[in-house]
Design a protein around this ligand. Structure first.
Ligand code: PYC
Length: 413
C-alpha cells in the first residue's frame, strides 16, 4: 500500500489540481479591478461574480494571495461590538462565517469557542455592560459574567492576574470563534477563479488614472488596464493607494505584532482577551497558543518583529496563566493596521467616481471578511453604499458623525 501511494505521489499523471489559474498577462481592460488579493479583495471579487454576474474582474496583488493581514492576524471572529452599526455589521459576518466552508467547498476549520473579554477595572466593566446591552438589543448573544462564573469556566486562570490586576467581571460572547486564515484566502480565490475572476499575483499598482473626476485606468508593474471601476482592499498601503487617486484620509498605520507557542496538549477552549493587560489568546486545533498584544506605539510602515513585544506579552500571559512558564515561543510576526480616528472602517464610495474603498480595518479586518465582500460587491454593483456600511462612509469625518468603536477593541492602543 505504501509503495503504491508513493508511486502515485511521484507520478506526473496525478498532479494536484491548482487552486486557481495563473494568467500569463494582464487583460487590456476590466469591468472591475480590485487592488489587494487578501480575504477582503477576493471576497469582493467572488461576490461581484456570484451575486451580481460581473465577469471581467481582475484582482491585483503585489505579493502573493493572503500575504498581507489575511495571513498575519490572530483569526478571532466575534460580533460583540459597541455601536449598533458595528454589531449589525459583524453579526451578519458571523452568520456568513458559519456557512462559509460549505459555500467555498473548503474546510476553514471554523470553530466556535466562546469569547471572554476580561474586566480589571470599574471603567472597563461599565463599557462591557454597555456592550452587552447593545448586543442583546440587536439579538447578539453577549452577557456580563461575574468572577465566580469566570473562575468555574477557566479554572487554570489566575483570577488575581499575578496579584496586581484582579479580574472583576467579563463580557462573555458565546458565538466567538476562530478559523484557519490562509484557507479563507485560498477558498475565496478558488471560488472566484471558477467564476472567471483573474488573479494576478506579483503585480504592483504604480498609478491610478482619472479623467474628469472619474477612474479611467490603472498602471501596474505588469502593464496598464483600462477600467472605470477600482476597489482598493489593501491594508498598510491605503494612504499610498489613496494618494495615487488624488485623495487623502485620516488613516494612519501602526504595526500589530503576534506570536505563536509550541503545540501543547489542549487546555484552552475559549478565546481570552484582556485589553488592560494587553493580551489575547486562543489555542489552535494543532495545540499552539496564538497570542497578541497592543499596537506598536509608533507609526511605522514595516512588518519587523521586536523582542520587546515578545517579552512584554510573555510577562502578561504569565500573569494570567503562570503554569505556562517554560513553554517555548515558536514564531512571531507583524501586520500593518490602518487606524482611523473612530476605530471604524472606511467603506464604499469616495469623492472619485468609480473608486471604492474597503479600508481602515484597524485590528479587526479578518472577522469582517465575508460581510465586507458581500457589502462591497453590492455597493460596487449598484454604485450606492450598502445599508450595512452606511455608518462607515467616507464623508463621516467631515460631517463630524463618527462611529466610535474604540470601546470594542480587544487590543490596547
Ligand atoms: O478584534 O477580536 C479582535 C482582535 C483580536 C486581536 C486583534 N483584534
Amino acid at each position: 500500500m505504501a509503495w503504491r501511494l508513493l508511486k502515485i505521489g511521484l507520478s506526473s499523471r496525478y498532479p494536484e489540481p491548482r487552486m486557481f489559474r495563473q494568467p500569463a498577462r494582464l487583460p487590456k481592460g476590466a469591468d472591475v479591478v480590485i487592488i489587494g488579493a487578501g480575504g477582503h479583495g477576493l471576497a469582493c471579487a467572488y461576490n461581484l461574480a456570484k451575486q451580481h454576474g460581473i465577469r471581467r474582474i481582475a484582482v491585483l496583488e503585489k505579493g502573493y494571495i493572503g500575504s498581507g493581514n489575511t495571513g498575519r492576524n490572530t483569526t478571532i471572529i466575534r460580533s460583540n461590538y459597541l455601536t449598533p452599526e458595528g454589531v449589525r455589521f459583524y453579526d451578519r459576518s458571523v452568520q456568513l462565517w458559519r456557512n462559509l466552508g460549505p459555500t467555498l467547498g473548503l474546510n476553514l476549520f471554523y470553530s466556535t469557542r466562546g469569547h471572554y473579554t476580561l474586566a480589571h477595572t470599574d471603567a472597563t466593566l461599565r463599557t462591557l455592560r454597555w456592550r452587552a446591552e447593545v448586543n442583546k438589543h440587536l439579538g447578539v448573544d453577549s452577557r456580563v459574567v461575574n468572577p465566580d462564573e469566570i473562575a468555574r469556566a477557566l479554572p487554570m486562570m489566575d483570577m488575581s492576574a499575578g496579584g496586581h490586576a484582579p479580574i472583576i467581571g467579563a463580557l462573555y460572547h458565546a458565538p466567538g470563534a476562530v478559523a484557519r486564515h490562509d484557507a479563507v484566502a485560498w477558498g475565496y480565490a478558488r471560488a472566484a477563479d471558477q467564476l472567471g475572476v483573474e488573479i494576478h499575483q506579483q503585480t504592483e499598482v504604480l498609478g491610478i488614472d482619472t479623467r474628469g473626476g472619474r477612474i479611467s485606468g490603472l498602471r501596474t508593474s505588469g502593464g496598464n488596464i483600462a477600467t472605470n471601476c477600482v476597489v482598493s482592499a489593501v491594508a498598510g498601503y491605503t494612504p499610498r493607494v489613496l494618494r495615487m487617486a488624488g485623495l487623502t484620509s485620516p488613516i494612519y498605520v501602526h504595526p500589530l505584532q503576534a506570536m505563536v507557542s509550541e503545540p501543547l496538549k489542549r487546555w484552552l477552549d475559549p478565546i481570552i482577551v484582556s485589553g488592560s493587560l494587553h493580551v489575547y489568546v486562543s489555542q489552535t486545533a494543532r495545540g499552539e497558543l496564538v497570542m497578541g498584544a497592543s499596537l506598536d506605539p509608533r507609526e511605522l510602515h514595516s512588518t519587523r518583529s521586536s523582542r520587546e513585544f515578545m517579552t512584554d506579552l510573555a510577562q502578561h500571559m504569565l500573569d494570567l496563566f503562570p503554569f505556562l512558564a517554560g513553554v517555548k515561543v515558536n514564531r512571531q510576526w507583524a501586520g500593518l493596521a490602518d487606524m482611523t480616528p473612530d476605530f471604524a472602517p472606511i467603506m464604499g464610495r469616495t469623492p472619485v467616481d468609480g473608486f471604492f474603498l474597503d479600508a481602515g480595518w484597524g485590528t479587526w479586518g479578518f472577522k469582517a471578511t465575508p460581510v465586507a465582500g458581500e457589502t462591497m460587491a453590492a455597493t460596487v454593483a449598484s454604485n450606492r453604499n450598502h445599508e450595512l456600511i452606511q455608518g462607515f462612509d467616507w464623508g463621516r469625518f467631515e460631517r463630524f458623525e463618527l462611529t466610535g468603536e474604540k470601546g470594542a477593541a480587544s487590543v490596547g492602543h
